[in-house]
Every structure is written in structure tokens, then in C-alpha cells.
Ligand binder design. Structure first.
Ligand SMILES: Cc1cc2nc3c(=O)[nH]c(=O)nc-3n(C[C@H](O)[C@H](O)[C@H](O)COP(=O)(O)OP(=O)(O)OC[C@H]3O[C@@H](n4cnc5c(N)ncnc54)[C@H](O)[C@@H]3O)c2cc1C
Length: 490
């Protein structure tokens, strides 16, 4: 949690022995974790930097149990922190240190209810691990495009609640674009069944979009109907040494046509990020030993298998990269020759977060600007940050096709977390002011949680904040659902 965040006032009703017995009657002993050691992983965030408390962790097995637990909490004013895989990076799933209520984990609701390959949808419970859902779709010759570094442990309920992005947004949109229907337990315990597998449904307000991206502040997502797509059959993955970030966006702009609209992913990597992963993540290998600060991981995918003798994705990409080299944008490039080479490229990209955790204290900003403004943002943002702390080490990377930069820094060598923290407010202000001056967003995909509570309040208009507060108060009049996250009510 940033040192500067002042804990908001949240409900303080205690879980009395009678309430605890009420919870036990609903979920049984299997659904309760009371001992401190057992609770530890649920009250500590993924980064290990935010630690809270909870009277008890409650793990309902069904929506009916979830509804009864929430109703009991509502009647007694008990605060609830919903949690799925606990991989969120903004502290949204972590209780405040002053939290006296429960953590409600959806992890036991982990069934795939139905896969409809013909209708291209699947209905799933909120506690399903994302990777399991990808594998389930693949086993039906279908593709669930949501894909991110934490996919082995994050859960779909958490993905939807954070409206997660990841590496396929460019083509398929972010998590909310993959959803046709939801089931949600509201803060008073009522169940809203919106599990409709419909692409068209203009029947009043589209409630499902309220809950996606709400980070658990408006209710608990218990099930979802997800869209799925044809499984990619012909894939070309390249690691490209670039002239500069401007070349990256020009390459992407040309790649859409050259690939016949088959660009799946386009990820900007800095040399510093790649080197950090190679230092910390065993088994990773540098795909291309080129001496340049910027690289691109570009992937084209087609659902049509390459037929013998015909031109496939790799052939088209090879020609494209040769043209881009001639245009001076590409300095060098390698196309993966097999799945394991492609996997190595992806492991490097997906391991930046764990590698930076191993590297030491740092600062990270998850921003977005219009795609064409990324080079200007990088240039000005790095200069502004170095002006404040000249020895800070920039480690930028990004989902460049979405205009999303993970604008990250490692602290100067040898500087401890507390000292780096003294520079954090000034760098944060400089970065977020720059983003705002460029009509960008201070949180592209990770949300607000605890970490950006005051930043949201600083940068959003009174009208926007008041509208959000009105929605929050209408749905959660007792402020029990993930209180004090995303939005300060007063
Ligand atoms: C290595 C790594 C890589 C990552 N890469 C990306 C990336 O590329 N793109 C991206 O967007 N994010 C990324 N993240 C962040 C994180 O994985 C995502 O935000 C993910 O969607 C969170 O899912 P989760 O199941 O872990 O949710 P949690 O961390 O458990 O919860 C996240 C938020 O949702 C709420 N919540 C959880 N479940 C529910 C529910 N069922 N109903 C209502 N509210 C709920 C919580 O209260 C919390 O506010 C990454 C994280 C890591 C550690």
C-alpha cells in the first residue's frame, strides 16, 4: 500500500461467536478458515506489500451459500472482501488492516457448467482458474482469448471484476467484451440471475457491465457466460529488435493489413525488462542477441490450418519483416520455428512481474494513452522521472496495441523500499499529470483497489465521482461490499 494512502472509514461491526456459528451453519467447517496461518495467504496481496486482517475466511461452495453468507453479513453490518485468485496488483482483494469482517473467497465455486461449441459460449463458475478455462475451450476446439501472466492462479471471477486486459485485447477486447451474461450476489444477499447467452439483449440498463471492473464493490460475481472463438491453427510468433518505439507503432499499423487482420498480440519490451527476466527466471533464453533498447513480441494467428504448399502465417510474416527491415523500422528479427521457441518468447514477456518482484523495490504505473502517443509518453515520462530521481532504473513494457504501457521502474541499486517510497509521490504526480495532459488513463487494466484510491479522486471530475458514489450507495447502502476500495464515499 502506498505510504500516503489514508485508511478510509469502513464498517467496524465484529464477527461475534453467534455470527460465526451462523456462517458455519451455511458453509460447514470446510468453508471456514479461522486459524491465523490459514488466513495468511488471503490477507496478504500478491506482491507481499499489503497485509490486512480478517475475522474469518469464508468459502461458500454454491451461489445459494454465497447469498446466505452475504445476507447474514448485510443484516449485521459485517464488511466483506470478495476474493478470487488474489493476484490483483492494486490491493483490491486484500482487506484493510482495520477490517473486522470476512474475506469471501469464491475458490470453491470452480465448475464449468456448460460448453456450447456450436453457439460459441461457455458457462462457468467464478472460482474457475483462467488457465483451466482456456484448456477446457481448447478441448472443444475453441479458444478463450483472455490471457495474462497470472493465468495459472487468477480466477475468472477476479478477471471480470477487474475487467482484466492481457495480451489478446488488441483483437478480442478486454474481459468485459468476452461476457454475455453474469450471475451476481448483490450486497443485500439477493441473487441477480443474468446468465443469458445472448449477443443481443437491449432490455433496459445493461447491468452486467456495472459489476465488471467494479473490483467487488457492488456485488459478488458467482457465474458467467463467456464468449469463445475458433481455436488458432496457424500461429507465427516473432521477436523483433526495433529502431525505436515509433517504429513499433508503425509496424503494428502496417501489420493489420499484411496479416489479413490476423494480428493477435503486439507487446513492446525494453531490453532492461528482458535482461531482468533472464537474470531471475530459470530456463529463459534471449531469443535475439541484438544491441538495441527496444523489442517487439508480435504474434499472428489464423483459425485456418496451413495447408501443404500454401502460404502460411510464418511465410507472410517473414515477407512483412523483410519489408519492415528495408523501411528501417526493424533492425533484426527471429520467427519462432517451433512451439518451444514461441513459448520461450512468451515466458519472457509473462515473467516480467515475477522477475521484478525478485529484483527488488520498484514503482509501477499501468497507464494508457492513444496508441500513436506512446513514443511521446515514453520519452517525456522517462525524462520527468529521471529529473526527480536520476539513478532510478526505467523498465518500461506494454500492450502497445492497446495504448497500454506498464511504466515501471526499479529503485536505484542498493536503495531500500522506504527510501524509494520518499520519491514515490513526486514521481507518481509527474507520471499521472503527464498521462492526464495527454488525455490518457492512470489505470489501463489493473484497476484502482487501494493503491490508486487517491489518484482516482484527484484525476476524475466531481460529476464522475458523484455518479459512481450514487451507484455505490444505491446498491450497497450499508457499505459492506469491499468498503473503502476504488472510491472514497466521503
Ligand atoms: C504475474 C501477473 C501478471 C498479470 N498480468 C496482467 C495483465 O496482463 N493484465 C491484467 O489486466 N492484469 C494482470 N495482472 C493482474 C491480475 O492478475 C488481474 O487483475 C486478475 O484479473 C485478477 O484476478 P484474481 O482472480 O486474482 O482476482 P483477485 O486478486 O482475487 O481480485 C481482484 C479484485 O476483484 C475482486 N473480486 C475477486 N473475485 C470477485 C468476485 N467473484 N466478485 C466480485 N469481486 C471479486 C476483489 O475484491 C478485488 O478487488 C497480473 C498479475 C500478476 C501477478
Amino acid at each position: 500500500m502506498p505510504d500516503t494512502v489514508i485508511t478510509p472509514s469502513i464498517p467496524t461491526a465484529a464477527v461475534t461467536p453467534a455470527i460465526l456459528e451462523g456462517l458455519r451453519a451455511i458453509v460447514g467447517d470446510k468453508g471456514l478458515i479461522q486459524d491465523e496461518q490459514g488466513k495468511q495467504p488471503f490477507v496478504t496481496d500478491w506482491r507481499g506489500s499489503t497485509v490486512g486482517t480478517a475475522a474469518v475466511v469464508v468459502r461458500p461452495a454454491t451461489v445459494e451459500e454465497t447469498s446466505k453468507v452475504v445476507k447474514l453479513c448485510f443484516d449485521n453490518g459485517i464488511a466483506i472482501v470478495p476474493q478470487a485468485g488474489n493476484t490483483g496488483l492494486m490491493g483490491g482483494a486484500t482487506p484493510w488492516p482495520t477490517h473486522t469482517g470476512i474475506v469471501l473467497s469464491v475458490g470453491r465455486m470452480n465448475k464449468v457448467i456448460n460448453v456450447d461449441p456450436v453457439g460459441y459460449s461457455m458457462t462457468v463458475e467464478a472460482g474457475c482458474i483462467l488457465q483451466t478455462l482456456q484448456e477446457t475451450a481448447a478441448s472443444h476446439d475453441r479458444f478463450l482469448p483472455l490471457s495474462l501472466g497470472a493465468q495459472g492462479s487468477c480466477m475468472i471471477g477476479g478477471n471480470l471484476s477487474t475487467n482484466a486486459g492481457g495480451v489478446q485485447v488488441l483483437r478480442y477486447g478486454n474481459a468485459r467484451n468476452l461476457v454475455m451474461g453474469l450471475e451476481v450476489v448483490l450486497p443485500n444477499g439477493d441473487i441477480w440471475n443474468g446468465l443469458r447467452a445472448l449477443k443481443k439483449d437491449n432490455t433496459g440498463y445493461d447491468l452486467k457491465h456495472l459489476f465488471m471492473g467494479a473490483e467487488g464493490t457492488l456485488g459478488i460475481i458467482t457465474k458467467a457466460v463467456l464468449k469463445i472463438w475458433p481455436k488458432p491453427k496457424d500461429v507465427a510468433t516473432a521477436w523483433i529488435a526495433l529502431r525505436d518505439p515509433q517504429a513499433a507503432i508503425e509496424i503494428l499499423s502496417e501489420a493489420h493489413g499484411a496479416s489479413e487482420d490476423n494480428v493477435g498480440s503486439c507487446e513492446l519490451m525494453s531490453r532492461a525488462c528482458t535482461d531482468m527476466v533472464l537474470r531471475h527466471i530459470p530456463g529463459t533464453q534471449d531469443p535475439l542477441k541484438a544491441d538495441t533498447p527496444w523489442y517487439l513480441l508480435l504474434e499472428w494467428t489464423s483459425s485456418r490450418p496451413k495447408s501443404d504448399g500454401a502460404e502460411g502465417m510464418s511465410d507472410k510474416m517473414e515477407q512483412f519483416l523483410a519489408d519492415q527491415m528495408e523501411a528501417g523500422r526493424v533492425l533484426d528479427a527471429v520467427i519462432a520455428q517451433n512451439e518451444s521457441q514461441a513459448r520461450n518468447m512468451w515466458v519472457i514477456r509473462e515473467s516480467v512481474a515475477p522477475a521484478s518482484r525478485a529484483e527488488g523495490p520498484g514503482l509501477s504505473y499501468d497507464i494508457s494513452v492513444a496508441v500513436s502517443k506512446i513514443p511521446e509518453f515514453l520519452d517525456k515520462g522517462i525524462k520527468a522521472s529521471l529529473d526527480i530521481l536520476p539513478s532510478i532504473r526505467p523498465y518500461p513494457l506494454g500492450h502497445i496495441g492497446d495504448g497500454n504501457v506498464h511504466f515501471s521502474f526499479m529503485g536505484p541499486k542498493g536503495m531500500d523500499r522506504a527510501t524509494l517510497g520518499q520519491y514515490s509521490p513526486a514521481i507518481t504526480r509527474a507520471v499521472n499529470d503527464l498521462v492526464t495532459s495527454m488525455a490518457g488513463s492512470i489505470s489501463a487494466e489493473h484497476g484502482i483497489g487501494i493503491d490508486k484510491l487517491d489518484e482516482l479522486a484527484h484525476y476524475r471530475s466531481k460529476t464522475e465521482l458523484d455518479t459512481m458514489r450514487t451507484i455505490k450507495r444505491a446498491l450497497d447502502p450499508k457499505n459492506i461490499m469491499n468498503p473503502g476500495k476504488v472510491l472514497r464515499l466521503a
